[in-house]
Design a protein around this ligand. Structure first.
Ligand SMILES: [Zn+2]
Ligand SMILES: [Zn+2]
Length: 376
């Protein structure tokens, strides 16, 4: 039966050999080998990377999820398990997530005959690209699940800390682009061209009116333009311009409203200035929404296994593709302290491995509670 020391070893091996999103081939093999050594069944699904394992029997189904991908970051932490894959690093702690959820699988396997239902354990690829969860959901592998449980380690919380809230817990993350096509000319002869620079100026102002003029004082969203480009010298009118940015919002209505306003600004300026404007809106992960009842259960279970629980008063503006599950099944996603001086996605991110001590107990206790409770 694997113990805490095994979780640490698993984590260090994952950390040493990180792989980018959708390329987690060796990682998937490592996970499969560990599961097979524990005699845990792996479902036959059409997945290139990632997998879903199953433990237990019966109709009631609960799912536990970990992500498995790493980031294109050059690790700056020195330890004996520093990344050997140059330029790739487990800087979001998905190595921690995998090791702890393998611990969950091992513990559940140990009590398999006592389980009042089935648990499907999801090891999903491509969280960092925002669609790995949706890919798993689309296989139907967890259709009928009464709950999907997930977590993210959180560097600014200490070991033993646990944070959650019901309802929206992370924002949606979308990206927009404008491609403006005007007509170039000599800078001294503007009447012969159609200057996209002027359109660009109008566009930046108009886009920044969305949050301030179209949303109520009681709604929240962020619209940020992160890049503009137009022209490359002083005496030429450019022929095109490019703008891109991000939208963070917390519910589908506002998300749609902002998308529609961005599109109508593109249409309106195109009409007003006689330029071609292509507006692109890319929907990345939606907001993760925690089920009220499951959130209460999560708090109860977390306290039971000894976490110090705090209730978040507002959602985070980061994205998390767990929304691919929470949009479809009752779900609860929580944050558990990993106490790193440097944040997620930082080359010096270095979580405290003691997080691995309690995470498996949280999920195992939670799964048992959900399977034993037939009222729901
Ligand atoms: Zn990340
Ligand atoms: Zn992450």
């Amino acid at each position: 039966m694997p113990q805490y020391e095994d979780y640490i070893n698993w984590r260090r091996t994952f950390h040493q050999y990180p792989e980018l999103s959708d390329a987690e081939y060796d990682t998937t093999k490592r996970i499969r080998d560990i599961l097979e050594a524990l005699d845990i069944k792996v479902l036959d699904l059409p997945l290139e990377t990632g997998l879903v394992a199953e433990i237990g029997q019966g109709d009631t189904l609960v799912a536990v999820r970990t992500d498995i991908d790493a980031l294109p970051i050059d690790e700056q932490v020195k330890h004996e398990f520093t990344s050997t894959n140059k330029g790739v690093m487990h800087a979001c702690g998905h190595d921690i997530h995998m090791a702890s959820v393998l611990g969950v699988a091992a513990k559940l396997k140990e009590m398999e005959n006592l389980l009042n239902g089935r648990v499907r354990i999801i090891f999903q690829s491509a969280e960092e690209l925002g669609y790995g969860a949706l890919n798993i959901a689309n296989t139907g592998a967890i259709d009928g699940a009464k709950a999907v449980l997930g977590y993210h380690n959180y560097p600014t919380l200490d070991i033993g800390e646990f944070a959650v809230k019901s309802g929206v817990i992370t924002s949606s993350v979308d990206r927009f682009e404008y491609k403006i096509k005007g007509k170039g000319a000599h800078a001294a002869k503007p009447e012969q061209g159609n200057d996209p620079m002027i359109v660009l100026g109008q566009l930046i102002n108009s886009v920044q009116s969305i949050v301030s003029r179209n949303l109520s004082a009681f709604d929240n969203a962020v619209v940020t333009i992160g890049e503009v480009s137009c022209g490359n010298t002083w005496n030429v009118i450019a022929d095109e311009a490019y703008v891109q940015g991000t939208v963070r919002s917390f519910d589908e209505d506002k998300r749609l409203l902002i998308e529609e306003r961005l599109r109508s600004i593109g249409r309106g300026l195109s009409e007003a200035f006689g330029v071609e404007i292509e507006t692109l809106y890319h929907r990345l992960p939606g907001a993760v929404i925690n089920d009220d009842k499951l959130t209460n259960d999560a708090i109860e279970v977390a306290q039971e296994v000894g976490y110090n629980v705090s209730i978040m008063d507002q959602p985070l503006t980061i994205g998390e593709d767990f929304s691919g599950f929470s949009n479809k099944y009752p779900s609860v996603f929580v944050f558990i302290g990993s106490n790193s001086e440097y944040d997620l996605h930082h080359p010096k991110y270095d979580p405290d491995e003691r997080i691995l001590e309690k995470v498996p107990d949280y999920f195992v206790t939670f799964v048992q509670k959900l399977l034993d409770d037939n009222e729901r």
